[in-house]
Design a protein around this ligand. Structure first.
Ligand code: S5P
Length: 483
């Protein structure tokens, strides 16, 4: 019978064959890029291998003393299940989200206080996922001191777990795994060297901070717009960052008026105080092409961008036509437009193709709506995350994200815009919800505040725009200092 080491060698080669290990440049949960990625999720498509893995883990943990098993969701759940049936020990499941109804239990399965629970996990980087599970289990009175994992990426996870009283046992370390692959000529020495350097430079604390080497990218909330312009991923975003800093304004005014003359009049008055003028061009009752020429001339004179808040939300082909055709011919004059992610990536592809084939190619971009300001809107957290993913996929055309919470935007090259801003009111009578300029920048993380009626219905529009500009800019400065 083969000994454990031989079995592990064989298993490592099987994992390589089914591409559980990938080499390249991968974005990790903790925020630094890795030259190697270990993705065990696909093992459920290889039942024989899954079974072998469970056998290996059972053999590997045979001397550990425990009463219950608990797999960290999701990848380790089927692994823990198999182990549980093989060794006939009961298993617990920790929910990722607490149930909103019924028992509101976080831990499923029967247990007694004080029982010892062994954690099962696929891969450990900082150890934070295991620690989340450990905390919930301990809250219920379980005794958790040991974890068994398939791969230790050797980035500080073992030490972080140790600090919290959890000892980690791993089938493979990244180094032992690469050694096997090198011996069998699956990878070359250069790859091993690259991973070695990466491991040395990317030791992580449980809270995600780096211990040494490469620093985590600085939080965008504490970087100036000038510094952030260096992270801009397209020409229009860079231009916007630069004009914000040079004009000292992070104010976008929503000029929701129905008369063209009024629109131009307001544009002229607020021009010196804004970085963006936002239109809903279809609410004008007397739209004409001349208006567009005049509006663009004012934008040029006062150096602001025009943003048509079209909120495209149809299939790609229709959106392409809506963007490039019809009486409004939006692409010909709007620097930026808004896009809902609801229809999926096709909508971004449509806009991208339209931009690429237009004369102004490099000077057009989109804001993606990831959250809305209206009460009881139907956007869920999962939807917002998917919207961000799609926006990221189309970084060449994405300038920013329209949302209500700072957590959604982390990349310093992406601008957060937040509407629902007023000093005097908390809401309107159609579901709009307001926050103060200070709160929107400082607490909600907006880089640009979108202000509508608070300014355009004011008695003195010019002065009010100036007041909001000052207030918003001061909040931005305060946020910088706070970092
Ligand atoms: O979630 C959103 C997204 C947008 S773009 N909530 C919003 O209110 N908006 C827009 O911001 C809305 O279409 C309007 O033009 C502006 C807010 O106007 P206000 O008058 O309520 O400040």
């Amino acid at each position: 019978m083969a000994n454990l080491e031989e079995k592990l060698n064989k298993f490592a080669l099987e994992l390589f064959k089914i591409e559980v290990l990938k080499f390249g440049d991968f974005k990790m949960k903790v925020g630094i890029n890795s030259p190697v990625y270990f993705d065990l999720r696909s093992i459920i498509s290889h039942p024989k291998l899954l079974d072998t893995l469970a056998d290996l883990l059972c053999e590997f943990s045979k001397d550990l003393k425990y009463d219950q098993l608990c797999g960290v969701p999701y990848t380790a759940l089927p692994i823990a299940t198999l182990m549980s049936t093989k060794i006939e020990k009961p298993m617990l499941v920790r929910r990722k989200e607490q149930k909103a109804y019924g028992t509101k239990k976080l831990i499923e399965g029967r247990f007694n206080e004080g029982e010892r629970c062994l954690i099962v996990e696929d891969v450990v980087t900082s150890g934070s996922s295991i620690l989340e599970t450990v905390r919930d289990l301990r809250k219920e009175g379980l005794n958790v001191t040991e974890a068994i994992v398939v791969l230790d990426r050797q980035q500080g996870g073992a030490e972080n777990l140790q600090e919290d009283g959890v000892q980690m046992h791993s089938l493979f370390t990244i180094k032992s795994l690469l050694k096997i692959l090198l011996q069998h000529k699956c990878i070359d020495q250069a790859t091993v060297d690259k991973v070695d350097v990466y491991i040395k430079n990317s030791q992580i604390r449980a809270n995600g901070e780096m211990k040494n080497g490469v620093e985590k990218p600085k939080n965008r909330l504490h970087l100036s717009f000038t510094d952030r312009s260096k992270f801009a991923r397209n020409a229009i975003t860079k231009k916007l960052f630069e004009l914000m800093e040079s004009k000292e304004t992070n104010l976008c005014v929503a000029v929701d008026v129905t008369d063209s003359t009024k629109l131009l009049d307001i544009a002229e008055n607020i021009g010196p105080h804004i970085c963006i003028l936002k239109t809903h061009i279809d609410i004008l009752s007397n739209f004409n092409v001349k208006l567009i020429q005049q509006l663009r001339a004012i934008a040029k004179k006062h150096n602001f961008l025009i943003f048509e808040d079209r909120k495209f939300a149809d299939i790609g082909n229709t959106v392409k036509l809506q963007y490039t055709e019809g009486v409004y011919n939006i692409i010909s004059w709007a620097d930026i437009v808004t896009v809902h992610a609801l229809p999926g990536p096709g909508i971004m592809e449509a806009i991208k193709q339209a931009i690429e084939s237009s004369e102004n190619g490099a000077e057009r971009g989109v804001f993606v709506l990831a959250e809305m300001s209206s009460a009881n809107n139907l956007i869920t957290n999962a939807y917002s995350q998917e919207a961000l993913r799609i926006a990221d996929q189309y970084k060449d055309i994405t300038c920013g994200i329209i949302c209500q919470s700072k957590e959604l935007v982390s990349n310093p090259g992406v601008i957060q815009l937040t509407p629902g801003v007023q000093l005097n009111n908390k809401s309107d009578d159609l579901g709009q919800q307001y926050n103060s300029p200070e709160a929107v920048i400082y607490e909600k993380g907006a880089d640009i505040a979108i202000v509508g009626r608070a300014i355009i219905t004011a008695e003195n529009i010019k002065n009010t725009a100036e007041e909001y500009r000052k207030c918003l800019w001061a909040a931005y400065k305060k946020r910088l200092v706070a970092g």
